[in-house]
Every structure is written in structure tokens, then in C-alpha cells.
Ligand binder design. Structure first.
Ligand SMILES: NC(=O)c1ccc[n+]([C@@H]2O[C@H](COP(=O)([O-])OP(=O)(O)OC[C@H]3O[C@@H](n4cnc5c(N)ncnc54)[C@H](OP(=O)(O)O)[C@@H]3O)[C@@H](O)[C@H]2O)c1
Length: 300
């Protein structure tokens, strides 16, 4: 697998963030390989950093993801990374939780997100992050959200929010079509997008889609044919669309291997003109039970 400079479009790769849920726990719809092993984590992060990707997204709830990242960074003291972490508990002091993450990561995270709107809107959390910013324990703060209602409640209650993380992809274009991205941008909020491949659903074979997500088969087939006419796969169309939107600062991608990341860096060297995106946006799929992975029935 090629290293520095092999992939053409570093400008777009600078928008990418390596998601690390699968570094600390079993994650992803197929997740055939379970947790990503240590040496594969290093291979993924080395390839990423060599091609302009310099940010990681982690959380205290991702198993031992923070420690795994810390072990890697210990061996790469010269490497430059921007680390986003998330907390979900209001039990412990915010500053103590940030210090705990910094210890595990062996570096101080730059950004702290609440893992839910409920925690973020809690007065205790707001006081805690204001104090942490005053003491320069953290640079940016914000929240990871799921939908329009949460965005409205957060922007009303906390106008000074630095960062919001949201789910979006070429099947789930709701927040874009409804102008939420433009509104957040106008409020000066930095937008991070996750679920670029709908947690891996875009890679499932038709048989599995038919069995588990039959309602989405028709819109997915429409999008696959729009992508194919442009010489792209569904996942490639989704990544190119997300990285083309000026409102979006960062796109978080989950990968299980260096090869999977290599494929995305390859994708960024490809082109799709806006007409293809406009055609894809006409699909307008709305089924929350499919678009929100936390609603998926668990497979026994
Ligand atoms: N509430 C939150 O804050 C929240 C929620 C979810 C995720 N996240 C963050 O977002 C990151 C990404 O998670 P996501 O849900 O957004 O996932 P995603 O990026 O939409 O999809 C990732 C999954 O897609 C599959 N995949 C990716 N590249 C592939 C390739 N080249 N070939 C084949 N399959 C490929 C893998 O699935 P398989 O593993 O099934 O093979 C991988 O786990 C997480 O690591 C985490 O950092 C945050």
C-alpha cells in the first residue's frame, strides 16, 4: 500500500477524521473482524497522517479506545493530531474527566463533546465546560446530536456552541435539505459529520439488505444507479458529496483496516459534478428506523 503523496487529493483528506469506536469495541454493521487490532490501528493512523488526515474522534464509552490511541501516540511523539473526545456521564467533575482522557491519550484532547443533548443542556455541564475553557484545559466544546429537534434546542439554549456532530450521508440528506447546516454555519458552529456510510450499511450485500432493511432497498438501488452512471459506488458518492459541502468542516469515517482507509483516500481523488449530487438529493428518504442506527433491531 502506497504512503505519502500517493493519494492525489490531500485538500479533501484534511476534512477527514478517523473514527475510533472500532479501536475500543466491536462496531460496524458487519464488523466481521470485531475490534481493530493494535498493529492495524497503527497502520491506519500512519497512512492517515501521511495523507493529510490529522484528527481522531473518540469517546469514553468506546471501550478502551482512548488507551489504544494513547499507546499509538506514545510510539509517534513527532506526529501531530487533533483529538476529539466525548463524555456521557455527569457523575465526575468535567475537568477531572478531561484530565483522565488526556492521561489515557497521552495528549490533551482539543475538543470535548457531550455524547447527548440531555447532558449538554445540563446547567452543571455548561458551568463545567465554561470553567474548563477559562482554565484552558480544553479549546473547543460542543455536542453530538441526532436530529433537527435537538439542533433547535441546543442552538436556542447555548448560542456559543463551538462544535456540533451530526449523522448524514447520501441516503440521509434531511438536515441538508432542511437548511440546518446553513443555519448552523451562520451561527458560527463548526459541523462534524458521522455516519458517512450509515455505519457500514452501504457495503451490505443485497441479500442482507433485503432481509434486514427491505424498506431501504428501492431508494438505495436508485442511489446506486445514480452513482454508477457517474462511475462511482454508493459509498464513494456519499463521501464525495459530504466532503464537497462548504458548511461541513469535518467528516468522521469508521474503518476497520488500512485497506479500507486506502479506498477512501482513492475516492477523494475522484470527481463528481454537482448535477450528480442534485439527482441523488431528489431521492429524499425519511425513514428514521433505517436512518438512525440506534433504532436498528439487534441481530441475534
Ligand atoms: N453519537 C456519536 O457521537 C457517534 C455515533 C456513531 C459513530 N460515531 C463516530 O463515528 C465513527 C464512525 O462510525 P459511523 O457510525 O459513522 O460509521 P461509518 O463511517 O458510517 O461506517 C463505518 C463502517 O463502514 C464500513 N466500511 C468503512 N469503510 C469501508 C470500506 N472501504 N470497505 C468496506 N466497508 C467499509 C465498516 O463496517 P464494518 O465494520 O461493518 O465492516 C465500518 O465500520 C465512529 O468510530 C465514532 O468515532 C459517533
Amino acid at each position: 500500500m502506497a504512503m505519502k503523496g500517493a493519494y492525489k487529493n490531500t485538500a479533501r483528506s484534511e476534512k477527514l477524521v478517523i473514527g475510533s469506536a472500532q479501536f475500543g469495541m466491536r462496531y460496524g454493521i458487519a464488523s466481521a473482524s470485531g475490534k481493530v487490532r493494535g498493529n492495524e490501528v497503527a497502520a491506519i493512523l500512519d497512512l492517515a497522517n501521511a495523507n493529510g488526515i490529522a484528527a481522531m474522534d473518540t469517546a469514553k464509552t468506546y471501550g478502551n479506545s482512548e488507551e489504544v490511541i494513547g499507546n499509538y501516540l506514545k510510539k509517534r511523539p513527532e506526529s501531530s493530531w487533533d483529538i476529539i473526545t466525548k463524555i456521557s456521564s455527569a457523575e465526575k467533575d468535567i475537568a477531572a474527566q478531561i484530565d483522565d482522557s488526556a492521561e489515557k491519550l497521552t495528549r490533551r484532547p482539543s475538543t470535548l463533546l457531550a455524547h447527548s443533548a440531555k447532558l449538554y443542556l445540563d446547567g452543571w455541564f455548561q458551568k463545567g465546560i465554561a470553567d474548563a475553557k477559562d482554565r484552558q484545559i480544553i479549546r473547543k466544546t460542543g455536542v453530538s446530536l441526532y436530529n433537527e429537534d435537538e439542533i433547535n434546542r441546543v442552538t436556542r439554549a447555548v448560542p456559543g456552541t463551538d462544535v456540533v456532530q451530526l449523522p448524514m450521508n447520501i441516503l440521509d440528506t434531511r438536515l441538508h435539505r432542511r437548511g440546518l447546516l446553513a443555519r448552523l454555519r451562520d451561527l458560527g458552529v463548526e459541523i462534524h459529520i458521522r455516519s458517512a456510510f450509515l455505519q457500514g450499511l452501504f457495503y451490505l450485500p443485497d441479500t442482507a439488505l433485503q432481509r434486514r432493511f427491505s424498506d431501504a432497498v428501492a431508494p438505495l438501488n436508485k442511489l446506486k444507479s445514480i452513482a454508477a452512471k457517474a462511475g462511482l459506488t454508493l459509498a464513494e458518492l456519499s463521501l464525495l458529496w459530504l466532503t464537497s459541502l462548504p458548511e461541513i468542516s469535518k467528516v468522521i469515517i469508521g474503518v476497520d483496516s488500512k485497506a479500507q482507509l486506502g479506498a477512501h483516500l482513492e475516492t477523494l481523488g475522484k470527481q463528481a459534478d454537482s448535477a450528480v449530487f442534485q439527482t441523488a438529493l431528489s431521492v429524499r428518504y425519511e425513514n428514521e428506523n433505517i436512518l438512525n442506527p440506534s433504532r436498528w433491531p439487534s441481530i441475534s
